[in-house]
Design a protein around this ligand. Sequence first.
Ligand SMILES: [Zn+2]
Length: 363
Amino acid sequence: MSDIRITNCHIHTFTAQHVPENFPFPGAKYIRNNPGVILVLAWAARSLGQEQLSEQLQRLYQFQQQGARESQQEILNDVVKHYPGDTRFVILPMPMQGIGFGSVPVSLQAQHDELARMRDAANPPGSVLPFATVDPRDPRSVRECLRALVDLKFKGLKIYPRLGFAPDHPELMQKIYPLVDRLGLPVMTHCSRGGVQGNDVCDYTGDGFTRPAAYLPVLRDFPRLRLCLAHFGGQVDWAAYVNASETRGGENWMEQIRDMISSGRYPNLWADISYTLFQFDDFAPILRLLLSGTGDPSKRLRRRVLFGSDFYMTRQEKLSERAVSIRLRDALGEVLFEQIAQINPEVWLDERDEDKTLWTGQG
Ligand SMILES: [Zn+2]
C-alpha cells in the first residue's frame, strides 16, 4: 500500500450550540431536547411497514446525536477514527446568527476560538486546518472574520451564500476577499441546491446566490483567489446529469463547473466532491470519467478536484466516512486518489508548487 497523506478539505464540527433554536422549523428545539421522539417515530414507521422511512428516521437520529456532542473537539474525535492517523482536516464553521431562525446560543467568536484551540492541541500537529467564516450582512460578523484571519491566523475562508447573500456582496468584495488574496489563502464556498437556507430565502433566490455564474464577478476581480465550489454542484445536479433531466432554472451546475474549470479560463477555480459522492454507486463512475481523459481540458479538471467528505452532514447517509473513502480509493485507483486527496489539496492550500503550463496562454 502506498502512503498517501490524505487531506479532507471539507468537514464540520459545529454543534447544536452553534445552530439557531428554531432551525430548521419552530419545533426543532423540542426534538433536540427529546431526541428519543425520532426513535419512537422510526419504530412506528417500521411497524407500519414503512422500512425506508424508518431507516431515514434512524439516520436522522444519528445525525442529531452527532450535533448534540458537547464540543467541536468531540465531533472531530468521531471523524478522525475513520481515517489514517496522518490525515489532515479542513474544518469549516457556520455563521447562523442572522438567518432568521432565532438566536444562536454560542457566538461566532467562540466558535472560531474553539477551532483555534483544537488546531493548537492537534495530534499530530498540523492535522487541524481551521477556516474562518462570515455573514457579510452583519458588521460584527465581518470584524470577527477579519480577526480569525489575521489574529488567529486561520488557513482560509468559508462562505455560505445560500444563507442569504451574494458571493459578490460589497463587504466581501471590499474587505474580506482583498485580505484573503493578500494573505494567499484559499476560499471554500457552498455550491449545491441543498443545505441550509436563510428563513426568508426561497429556492429561486437561494439558487441565484449559489449558482456557479454568481461567482463570475469574484473570479474577474480576484483572479488569483483559489476558489473552491463545494459539492461540485451537488447531488441534485449530478442526478439530473445521469438521467439527462432538467434542473430548476434549466442549468446543470455540475456541467457548468466542469466546463468552467476545463476551459482553462479560470486557473484558480476548484471543486470538491464532498457529500455528493456519498451517493457512491450512482456517481463514482462519473467522477472517474471526469478525472480520466488525455486532452488538456481533462488534465485541468484532474488537477482542480479536491477530496472532501462533509462530515457530519453525511451522518444522514447510509455509508460511513471510511466506507466512502475506501470505495473511492478503490474506484479511482491509487494514482487518481493521490491526485485528489493529497496533491491537489496541497496545491490549493499553497503548500506545493505546480507546473502552470496547462493554463498559460489562456487569457
Ligand atoms: Zn459542508
